[in-house]
Write a protein that binds this ligand. Structure first.
Ligand code: TXA
Ligand code: MG
Length: 320
């Protein structure tokens, strides 16, 4: 059996997807960052199926996707700083890791039994419509087999997980292109767990300098494995030209088989990053060499994903 493709434009699609979720189904959902694989956060059988479909280790907790702060507050306690961040950046590509409410309407498997929970209100209209129609939080990891490149189109979702899921809502290509920025907030202290689609300096305008995961007693994220987002090909960073058996992914004035952004625009580079890695991988080169990407703005998230794609594949040590 293969997944139904539902058009994001048709109102009946959202109802159909919500029905599948009520029945314990798994639905590919477009968000502004990447496609997520949605399931009912409160349904342990559906969430178990979701881990199974992705081949995801069960110690790696999921993000609960909510409509707004009101739905989020049923799941987690918001400090004044956490509320300021949600007010400033939701809906959008920011995930907040917060203390879980004891009676939060999510199953233990969804947050790996931790006393914290990750929350995000996505901005994509189809994701918003689906959460509203469902009326309850949806867990949604990126809709790729664990360790592989995240999907930014419905076609990518079907290629990776087609036979294992019930449907995918086709909402076109994701505009941001890299996953959300994950920030843990403990009272008035904020720690960056994963750089992502919201740039550090935007967050620091509200929080001041972010602590780094692993620093002193700062929290860490169980999902930050060193090897992740991996194409079949090996990956080499900061390349200025292609060596033998390599294809070059360019940026700015360094041109290759593809160029992430000839004008050197980091937002454009993030949008096309995962699709470009897939496209170059399909050419069958041994190694994808990638031009240097400045480590500022969205470049921090791009370089994070490239480093993990370049990491040795048998290394699943948890990154500090
Ligand atoms: O943009 C995104 O965040 C996408 C879209 C679909 O929303 N989702 C996504 O989910 O990237 P996933 O599961 O691939 O990544 C979630 C990250 C993982 O690194 C996980 O370990 C971390 O969030 N996380 C979740 N709950 C956590 C918790 N309670 N404490 C620390 N880290 C947590
Ligand atoms: Mg992921």
């Amino acid at each position: 059996m293969s997944a139904e493709t539902l058009s994001a434009q048709a109102p009946s699609s959202i109802e159909r997807a919500a029905d599948l979720l009520r029945g314990g189904g798994l639905v590919g959902m477009p968000t502004e960052t990447v496609y997520g694989l949605a399931a009912n956060a409160a349904d342990p059988d559906a969430v178990a199926r979701l881990y199974e479909a992705k081949g995801r280790p069960r110690f790696n907790p999921l993000i609960a996707h909510v409509s707004d702060l009101a739905m989020a507050e049923r799941l987690a306690r918001f400090s004044p700083l956490a509320r300021r961040l949600a007010d400033a950046f939701w809906p959008g590509p920011l995930t907040l890791v917060l203390p879980k409410q004891p009676d939060a309407p999510i199953c233990d498997l969804a947050n790996a039994g931790l006393d914290s929970v990750a929350l995000r209100a996505p901005a994509h209209p189809a994701a918003r419509a689906l959460i509203a129609a469902f009326g309850q939080p949806l867990v949604a990891p990126s809709a790729n087999p664990s360790g592989a490149i995240s999907p930014t189109t419905a076609q990518h979702v079907l290629e990776g997980l087609g036979p294992k899921i019930d449907a995918v809502i086709d909402g076109g290509a994701c505009p941001v292109g890299v996953e959300s920025t994950v920030v843990a907030v403990d009272g008035e202290r904020a720690t960056l767990l994963r750089p992502g689609g919201l740039a550090r300096q935007d967050i620091e305008a509200i929080t001041g300098p972010l602590a780094r995961a692993g620093e002193t007693d700062a929290p860490t994220s169980p999902g930050m494995l060193k090897s992740h987002y991996a194409p079949n090909a090996a990956l080499r960073m900061a390349a200025t030209e292609a060596g033998p058996d390599e294809v070059l992914l360019g940026f700015g004035t360094i041109h290759g088989t593809l160029n992430l952004s000839p004008t050197g625009d980091l937002a454009e580079a993030a949008t096309g990053l995962f699709a470009a890695l897939r496209q170059l991988d399909a050419l069958g080169a041994k190694t994808i060499a990638v031009a240097p990407i400045p480590d500022e703005g969205l470049g921090e998230a791009i370089n994070d994903r490239l480093r993990r794609a370049a990491a040795p594949r048998d290394d699943i040590a948890i990154q500090p």
